[in-house]
Every structure is written in structure tokens, then in C-alpha cells.
Design a protein around this ligand. Structure first.
Ligand code: SF4
Length: 345
């Protein structure tokens, strides 16, 4: 008899790891797929729509490796900005277009299912775990709009959902699936303990960058002042980097918070102006604005504010490098309360 095959969407969080284990233990041949949208936290994290998204946790690979399941990393960032910019079903609490995101990823999974001769797709989604995107109506909508219909199985909540094709055909035994629902993670943690799965990110941990309120504020600030269709990955990469200050509608300043961020800003910062306090450890500052003397002065005082010389009673010398032109400007650092209203994040 032909072996049944399934594509499993794995984020690296606990739920998708459990889904992988459940389906594998039912004797199904699994191809694990880890989608890379470009908005993953580095290191371990779990996506809101767990199982539909991405992560980067070693847990995913550890468990898959133990089971002898191969994990395919699929780059989907090319089409992802369109999903982010024009979500048909809107955003969650921040700038996370969860429903559209899941439809998009599951469409790709559906194509893979066809190409690889697999029979169904499964995810680690849990009914009601996210009130806005994982209610029954949304789970049905996602199954329908992704084109997977009843070839989409959610093993963790399957017993609360209508039987899918794999269950009706007897490919998977419905009685060995689960009826988890809601925000509590205790049943999943208990199951993990029972199955000997120990290496997973804390269930209450983070999510994809798009669900992060601080990142969301920076994205919204960008959207308010740009044509979304003109934005590219570079614009979003800069938002991941540094402290962002909106001084006025025409002036945004980005301050590196450490050496790594300073390097990214130096490489990708808009324009070629580098502003740094001379002779004192401090950040690299870049401007997203016209290079007027007034704007450069504000940026220089901000650079001084975030340098180790912030409390100096003396003026600090700030080096402003614009291509071949280098200027030295004496400035007083701003006080904390002066810059606070400008901080987006
Ligand atoms: S947008 Fe939502 S579903 Fe997509 S990866 Fe982020 S949290 Fe998960």
C-alpha cells in the first residue's frame, strides 16, 4: 500500500513541534517546511499563527532530527511584502496580517503538496488560541481561501473541527488527535512532557516581528510617510535596527544601540551622512531627512545624548561625515526629557 505523505508547516514553537510528532507517530511520511518571511526574530521565537509561520528555533530541528524528518527552509519573502502591504483581512493588534499571511503560506504549502505528491498539509494551529485569527470562522476561511479545503489538518484541535479528508479516509486516526483550544498552553506542555519533548521555546515567548508593538510603531510611522508599494526590504531592515526618533514629519533619526547596529546603519542607512561623537564611545546616527544645517545639528545633539558624554558639562565635538566632506560641530547633548517625546521605539 502506498505510504501517505504530509507536508507539515513548522514554526519551531511548541505547537507545531507537537503537530509534527503526532502526525509522524501515526505512521505518516512527513516533509517539514519552515517558511522564511523575512520577519523572523533571530533565534527562537514562535509565531502567533503557530504552524503557519516561521521561527528559527533549534527545537524544531532537534525534534525533526530525532524523528528522522527532513526540514526544508522555504524562502517566501519575495511575495511577502505584498501580503503585508495589502492584507485583505486586515491586521491584528500590531502590523501582523495573520489571516492573509496564513493563506499565503498555505497556498505555497498546497503547491508543494501537489509537486511532491503529498496527500495533505498540517499545522500546529489551535482553535481559539488567538481570538482574532484562530476562531472557528477564521480557521475555516483560511482552509478555504488557501485552496486546501479539507486537506488541511490541525491535529491539536482536530476533534473540535469537522473531520478532514485525511480523517475521513482513515489516513489518520481521529481518535488519536486532540481537542486543545484557547490560550492556555498547559495541555500542550503536558503532552510535550508525555512525549519527552523538552527543548522548545517557552510557550509565552515572543512572536514574529510583525506582532511586536515597538516594531509595529516604527512600521506605522514609515507607512504614514511613504507609498507602501515603493518600500523594499531595506526599509524594513532599518526598522529592525537602532532606536528611532521622529523629530518632526520631515525628520527621523536612527541611533545605533551597539556595535552591530552601528555597522548595519553604516551599511544600509539612508544617505551617506555619518554622525558620531568624537573621542567618546557613542552611537552612529543616521538621518532620514534633508541634510539642512538645522537637521544635522539636531542629529548631532542626539548623537551626543546617546554617547557616554551625555552628562558632560562641556560641549562635545561631533564629527559629521558626508562623503568626502567632514565637519566638526560643537554641541550640547540633549537632556533625556528633550528627546523622550521623539522616541518611536
Ligand atoms: S503575521 Fe501572524 S501568522 Fe504570519 S508569521 Fe506573523 S504572527 Fe504568524
Amino acid at each position: 500500500m502506498r505510504k501517505i505523505k504530509a507536508i507539515g508547516l513548522l514554526s519551531g514553537g511548541l505547537d507545531s513541534t507537537l503537530a509534527l510528532r503526532i502526525i509522524h507517530d501515526l505512521g505518516i511520511e512527513v516533509l517539514a517546511v519552515h517558511f522564511h518571511t523575512g520577519f523572523c526574530f533571530s533565534g527562537s521565537h514562535r509565531a502567533e499563527g503557530d504552524g503557519s509561520a516561521q521561527g528559527g528555533s533549534s527545537a524544531l530541528f532537534t525534534e525533526a532530527e530525532k524523528l528522522g524528518v527532513s526540514v526544508e527552509i522555504v524562502e517566501v519573502s519575495d511575495g511577502y511584502l505584498k501580503v503585508l502591504h495589502h492584507p485583505k483581512y486586515g491586521y491584528g493588534k500590531n502590523v501582523n496580517p495573520c489571516i492573509d499571511c496564513r493563506i499565503y503560506l498555505l497556498e505555497i504549502a498546497g503547491d508543494m503538496m501537489e509537486e511532491r505528491g503529498a496527500d495533505f498539509v498540517f499545522t500546529g494551529e489551535v482553535l481559539g488560541q488567538r481570538p482574532k485569527s484562530q476562531r472557528l470562522a477564521q480557521l475555516r476561511l483560511i482552509a478555504r481561501k488557501s485552496g486546501l479545503e479539507d486537506r488541511l489538518l490541525r491535529p491539536l484541535s482536530a476533534q473540535l473541527l469537522s473531520p478532514t479528508l485525511p480523517e475521513r479516509e482513515g489516513w489518520v486516526d481521529r481518535s488519536r488527535l486532540f481537542r486543545f483550544q484557547g490560550r492556555t498552553r498547559k495541555p500542550q506542555m503536558a503532552l510535550a512532557a508525555e512525549l519527552g519533548i523538552e527543548d522548545y521555546p517557552q510557550p509565552a515567548g515572543g512572536c514574529c516581528l510583525l506582532t511586536d508593538p515597538a516594531y509595529g510603531r516604527k512600521v506605522r510611522d514609515l507607512w504614514e510617510r511613504s507609498d507602501k508599494d515603493e518600500l523594499g526590504w531595506e526599509d524594513y531592515l532599518i526598522l529592525k535596527t537602532g532606536r528611532h526618533l521622529r523629530v518632526n514629519p520631515e525628520l527621523k533619526i536612527v541611533v545605533g544601540r551597539n556595535q552591530a547596529e552601528n555597522q548595519i546603519l553604516a551599511e544600509f542607512g539612508r544617505g551617506s551622512v555619518r554622525i558620531e561623537v568624537e573621542g567618546i564611545p557613542g552611537p552612529l546616527v543616521v538621518l532620514d531627512a534633508q541634510l539642512t544645517d538645522a537637521n544635522v545639528l539636531v542629529a548631532a545633539r542626539i548623537a551626543a545624548r546617546y554617547s557616554d558624554g551625555r552628562d558632560s558639562p562641556e560641549e562635545l565635538t561631533v564629527r559629521v561625515e558626508n562623503g568626502d566632506e567632514v565637519r566638526h560641530i560643537p554641541v550640547r547633548p540633549y537632556k533625556a526629557e528633550e528627546v523622550e517625546p521623539w522616541v518611536i521605539s
